[in-house]
Design a protein around this ligand. Structure first.
Ligand code: ADP
Ligand code: MG
Length: 611
C-alpha cells in the first residue's frame, strides 16, 4: 500500500488559514485599517465598492515599507511588531500576528504601493493566489495604498456565503467606526460606491464621538475620567434620558482596541442602577488603558474578545468610575461614595507591578493560553444576553389594548364569514394569555399573542403587495435622528417600509421625517417602533432565505402583536379569533409556533372514561 499523507501546497494552506482571519469584507477592512494605524498614519482613507465584495482600498500616509519588507509582508507570520514571545506583554500595536496580509493575498487580488519618506521611488507589488505576479518600482506618495479586488474570487463557496450588500456594508461601517472612534488624532474617511459616508476631521475625542454618533448627543454626554496607577478610564456615558430603546451605541476599548464584553457592559448598567427604564440601554464610549501584561488579547484571531488577568478589578473600576461621573454631574445621588477608597482598597491596585509579579504572570495559566488558539474563553457569552434582549421586546405591554386589537383586525370580508368555525359567544381568557373558545365539537385553546402575530403577518403581507398601502398621516411630522450606520440601514429598507404604509423621508444628515404610519399601527410610538424595527432587522439579517420585505413584515407583526399577559375584553377576543380564522394559515405563527390547540368533545369524554 502506498503512503497517503502529503503536505498541502502553500496556496491551499494559506486559504484555509485565511478563513480564520478574513471571514467577510469587513474583516479585511479591519486588518487594513489597523495596519495603517500601526504605520503611524495621520490620514487613512477607506474606499469600497459593492460592500467590499469587489473592491477595498486603504490609502494611508504612514511610514511605508522598503522593497524587501513590502515583499515579506505577504508571507505568513511576517510581522515587524513582535520578535519574541515576551513582546506580547508590551504590545502597543493593533496587529502582531503577521497573518493579515498573507491571508488577504490568499483570497483576493491584491495590489500594494508603498514608499518611505527617504526613498526616491516606491514599490509596486501585485499578488494573487499567494503568488507575487508583479513587482516593480513605482512613483507614489509616502505611505501605503493597498487595493484588494474580488474577495474570495478563488474560493467560490466563501463568496456565496457572503450576505447582502446592505448587511456586509453594515459590518464594514461597524469596523470602520470601531477604529475611527479610538484615534481622533487621525483623519478618516469612508467612501462607498463613490459616495462619501464618513469624513472625520481630526479633533478631540469628544468631537470624534459626536461626529460618529451624531451631534444630537452633545449635551447628553457625561465625561468619565479616572486615573489610577493600575489603569485609566476615560470617555463618555449618555445621561439617563439619552438611553436608547436599542442596544446601539455601546463601545468599549481596551488599549484602543474595540472589544465586546457582556461582563463590562453589566458593570456600566449596574452603575446606572435604577436610573434607567427597564427596557432601555445606556449609551457609552469608554476607553480603558491598562498594562498590556494584564490582558490577553490573543484569545481570538480577530481579537474582539479579551481576557483580563483580574476581571473583577476591571469590573469594579468601570462601575465605580461611571457612578462617580454620574454623581459629579448630580445625575445620581452621590451619598458617601468615594471612588478612591473603593478602588484603592482592591488588592491588585495596592500592590505595585513589580518584576516578581511580571515573572509570576509568565508562568500563569493565562500565559499558557497565549500560544494555543481556540483555548480561550469569552468573558461571558454574548449570544445569551442578546437573546434575552430580543425577548424583552416582545414582553413589553401595550397600553391601549382595545384600540390596538380593533385597529389591527383584517377588514372583514362577509363572504368569508361562513367558513369560520362557529363558537359560543362567550370566550374565557386565562392567565391573560390563553383564550378558550368552545363550539359544538369541543373547544380551542388559543394563544393570544401567537394568534395576533399571524393575523398581523397576513395583513401586513397583503398590504405590502397592494399598490396603495393604507396610511394615517401623523398630526405632527416626527424627526428621527439616527447614528450613521442605522441611517444607512433605514435608507436601504425605505422602499419596503413605505410599501407597508409608513411615510418616511430622508432629510439629510442621518435624519428622517416620519409623516405617516400604517393605518393600523397605534400612533404615538413611531420613533420607538422604527428604532425597534432596525434593531430587530439587524438580528434578522443573518437569515438569508427571507427577502427584506418579508423580514420587515415579520418584525412588525411580532412587534405589534398583542402580548401574552394582556387582559382582553369579550369584544377583543371575538375580533381576534374571527380574524385568526380568516387567515389563510390560521394554525401557526410565521415562525411555526402553534396559534391554537384543538380539543375534540370525544377526546374530553375519553379523559373521563366515557368513550
Ligand atoms: P501584523 O500587522 O500582525 O504585523 P500584517 O500581515 O497585517 O501583520 O502585516 C505584516 C507587516 O507588514 C506588518 O508587521 C508591517 O510591518 C507591514 N505593513 C502592513 N501594512 C502596512 C502599512 N499600511 N504601512 C506600513 N507597513 C505595513
Ligand atoms: Mg496587521
Amino acid at each position: 500500500m502506498a503512503d497517503i499523507i502529503t503536505l498541502l501546497p502553500d496556496s491551499i494552506a494559506n486559504q484555509i488559514a485565511a478563513g480564520e482571519v478574513i471571514q467577510r469584507p469587513a474583516s479585511a477592512v479591519k486588518e487594513l485599517l489597523e495596519n495603517a494605524v500601526d504605520a503611524g498614519a495621520t490620514s487613512i482613507k477607506l474606499i469600497i465598492a459593492d460592500a467590499g465584495k469587489s473592491l477595498i482600498t486603504v490609502i494611508d500616509n504612514g511610514k511605508g515599507m522598503s522593497e524587501t519588507d513590502a515583499r515579506m509582508a505577504f508571507e505568513r507570520h511576517a510581522t515587524s511588531k513582535i520578535k519574541k514571545i515576551d513582546d506580547l506583554f508590551t504590545i502597543k500595536t493593533m496587529g502582531f500576528r503577521g497573518e493579515a496580509l498573507a491571508s488577504i493575498a490568499a483570497v483576493a487580488q491584491v495590489t500594494l504601493k508603498t514608499k518611505r519618506q527617504d526613498d526616491e521611488v516606491g514599490t509596486l507589488i501585485e499578488v494573487e493566489n499567494s503568488q507575487v505576479i508583479k513587482q516593480e518600482p513605482c512613483a507614489c506618495n509616502v505611505g501605503t495604498t493597498i487595493t484588494m479586488k474580488n474577495l474570495f474570487f478563488n474560493v467560490p463557496a466563501r463568496r456565496n456565503f457572503l450576505k447582502s450588500n446592505a448587511a456586509e456594508l453594515k459590518h464594514i461601517i461597524d469596523e470602520f467606526i470601531r477604529v475611527a472612534m479610538s484615534f481622533p488624532e487621525i483623519f478618516f474617511s469612508l467612501t462607498s460606491n463613490e459616495q462619501q459616508v464618513f469624513h472625520l476631521e481630526t479633533g478631540s475625542i469628544k468631537q470624534r464621538v459626536l461626529q460618529i454618533l451624531g451631534n444630537h448627543y452633545n449635551a447628553k454626554l457625561v465625561a468619565v475620567n479616572e486615573q489610577t496607577d493600575y489603569m485609566n478610564i476615560f470617555g463618555f456615558v449618555g445621561k439617563p434620558e439619552a438611553a436608547k430603546k436599542t442596544r446601539g451605541d455601546q463601545y468599549f476599548f481596551i488599549n484602543n482596541r474595540f472589544i465586546k464584553s457582556a461582563y463590562l457592559n453589566h458593570a456600566v448598567n449596574s452603575a446606572f442602577d435604577n436610573m434607567l427604564a427597564k427596557d432601555s440601554f445606556p449609551s457609552y464610549v469608554l476607553f480603558i488603558d491598562l498594562d498590556p501584561s494584564q490582558i490577553d488579547i490573543n484569545v481570538h484571531p480577530t481579537k474582539q474578545e479579551i481576557k483580563f488577568e483580574d476581571e473583577k478589578i476591571v469590573y469594579a473600576f468601570v462601575q465605580a468610575a461611571v457612578k462617580h461621573a454620574l454623581a459629579q454631574f448630580s445625575i445620581a445621588p452621590s451619598l458617601d461614595f468615594t471612588l478612591n477608597a473603593e478602588i484603592q482598597s482592591l488588592d491588585a491596585v495596592a500592590k505595585p507591578f513589580t518584576t516578581a509579579k511580571k515573572e509570576a504572570t509568565t508562568t500563569s495559566p493565562i500565559f499558557k493560553t497565549f500560544t494555543g488558539k481556540h483555548q480561550a474563553h469569552k468573558i461571558e457569552p454574548n449570544e445569551k444576553s442578546e437573546l434575552s434582549h430580543w425577548k424583552d421586546f416582545f414582553t413589553k405591554k401595550e397600553t391601549t389594548t382595545e384600540q390596538v386589537i380593533e385597529q389591527k383586525t383584517i377588514t372583514q370580508d362577509p363572504s368569508l364569514l361562513h367558513s369560520l368555525p362557529k363558537f359560543a359567544n362567550t370566550y374565557i381568557q386565562i392567565h391573560n394569555t390563553y383564550i378558550i373558545a368552545a363550539n359544538n365539537n369541543g373547544f380551542m385553546l388559543v394563544h393570544q399573542q401567537h394568534a395576533h402575530e399571524r393575523v398581523l403577518y397576513e395583513k401586513y403581507t397583503a398590504q405590502s403587495h397592494s399598490k396603495q398601502p393604507a396610511t394615517q398621516k401623523s398630526l405632527f411630522p416626527i424627526t428621527l435622528s439616527l447614528a450613521t450606520a442605522d441611517a444607512i440601514l433605514l435608507e436601504d429598507l425605505l422602499p419596503e417600509i413605505i410599501a407597508i404604509g409608513y411615510q418616511i423621508e430622508p432629510f439629510g444628515n442621518n435624519t428622517f421625517i416620519i409623516q405617516g404610519i400604517p393605518a393600523d399601527i397605534t400612533a404615538g410610538n413611531e420613533k420607538h417602533s422604527i428604532e425597534l424595527l432596525l434593531e430587530q432587522f439587524k438580528h434578522f439579517s443573518s437569515e438569508i432565505k427571507y427577502s427584506k420585505r418579508e423580514k420587515i413584515v415579520r418584525c412588525l407583526s411580532r412587534q405589534h402583536a398583542i402580548k401574552a399577559g394582556t387582559y382582553l375584553t369579550q369584544k377583543e377576543m371575538q375580533v381576534l379569533i374571527e380574524s385568526l380564522f380568516m387567515c389563510s394559515t390560521p394554525n401557526i405563527t410565521p415562525t411555526g409556533h402553534p396559534t391554537y390547540i384543538e380539543y375534540k368533545e370525544n377526546y374530553l369524554a375519553s379523559l373521563f372514561g366515557k368513550v
